[in-house]
Design a protein around this ligand. Sequence first.
Ligand code: ARG
Length: 457
Amino acid sequence: MWGGRFADGPSAIMREINASIPFDKALWRQDIAGSKAHVAMLAQQGIVSAEDATAISSGLDKVADEYASDGVPEDWDLEDIHMTTESRLAEIVGPVAGRLHTARSRNDQVATDFRLWVRETIDQTDAGLLALQQALVTRAGEHADSIMPGFTHLQTAQPVTLGHHLMAYYEMIRRDRSRFADTRGRMNESPLGSAALAGTGFPIDREMTSEALGFDRPTANSLDAVSDRDFAVDYLMAAAQCSLHLSRLAEEMIIWASQPYGFVRMPDALSTGSSIMPQKKNPDAAELVRGHSGRIIGCVTALMVTMKGLPLAYSKDMQDDKPPVFEAASLLALSIAAMTGMVADTTFNTDRMRQAAELGYATATDLADWLVRESNIPFREAHHITGAAVKLAESKGVPLDQLSLDELQTIDARVDERVFAALSVDASVASRASYGGTAPEQVKARIAEARAALGMD
Ligand code: ARG
C-alpha cells in the first residue's frame, strides 16, 4: 500500500510488530460503515463519480458479507483492518477501489472506527447495567423489611434492611450509568475528514459524514482529532469505576455465602464444586468478577501510560490503544452479566441475617439513645451503661431485648419497661426514618422512585 518509496520489503520482525490485524479486525463493521459514509460524500461532492462510488459501495457490502460469514482474514502484510478491507475491495471491484482513500488517511479512519466501536460498547454496557439495576430493585422490593446487621469495619454496627443494602448498589450503578452517558455525550464528534493531521484540500462535506455515522458534529481541530484518545480513556475510567462496584458486591456475596455467615445461598448456575472436597460450593463467578476488576484497572493504566508522552499528532504507539479497551469491555460485560444473575437468583437466608443482627447487639446504639432521650443522661455515660448491658447479654448468650427489666435496672436504675420498645431490631430499623435512612417506609419510597426511573411499572 505504501511500497512506492521502498526498495526492500519489511523484515519478518517488522511485519509482526507492525500488524494490528489480529486485534483490530474487531473494528470491521465500523470500518465498512465509515468507508461507505465517506464514499457517498465523495460522490455527492463530485470528488469521485457516482458510478465509481456505487461500485465501491456495493463492493464494500460484499466484503462485509464475506467477513460476516467467514471471518476477517489475518494477513500481516496488510497490517490492519483498513488495508485488509481495501485490498479485498480491490480484488472484488478492481482499480476503482483506489479512489476510496481520496481525502482520507488511516489516521482519521481509525479514530472514527474506534469512536464508533466505543460508542456501541457504551450502549451495550448501559443496557447491561439497566438489567442489573432492575434485578437489584426487584430483590430490594422483596426485602424492604428484612432485617440484617449493618456493618462498619465489618463489625456488626446497627440493624439495617436487606432492601436498603441492595439499594446502595442501585445508587452506585446509577452513577456508573451517568458516567458512561457523559462519556458518550462528550465523545460523539466525527474525526472523519481530518485526514492525516492537517485536513484536506478536497472539497469534502464533513457535516454529511458526521450525520451519516450518527455523530453530533465534526471535530473542530484536525490535529486534535487524529491524536485524541480521551474518549477511550474516559470509557476505561468509567469501566474501572463500575468494576469496583461490581467487585465490592461480589466480595460481599462471597463473605455472605461463607458457612460462618450463611446469609446467602448462591445460585448453582454461578458456582462450582471442588474436585477434592465434596461438601464445597465455591463462589468462583463472584471471585472472578473481583479479579477482573483488577485487570480492568490495569487496562486504564495501560492506555494512559501509552498516551502520556505522545507529541501531536498521530504516533504508532496509538495502535496499542485498542487491546486494553477491547479487553476491558469484554471483562466488564461478563462481570455485569454474572452479577445480574447473582442478584436475581441468590437465596437470602433472612432468618440467619436477623439472628446475626440480634446476637450482634446491633441495637446497642438504640439503648444509649433511649437513655439520653428518656432519662436525660449524657451520651458518654449512656454509652458506658449500654456497654455493661451488652456485656451481661453476651455472657448469657441472649439478645439485648431478652434481658429482664430487673437485670437492666441492676445496671442502671433509671431504665424502665418502655426501653423494650427501643431494643428490638424492628423498632431500631423503623426509627431510622430520616430521608435516605434504613426504615422500611424510606426504603420503599426509594424503591418506588427507582422503579419509576427504570420504567418498571
Ligand atoms: N493500524 C493503525 C492504528 O491502529 C491505523 C493507523 C495507521 N496510521 C499510520 N499513520 N501508520 O493506529
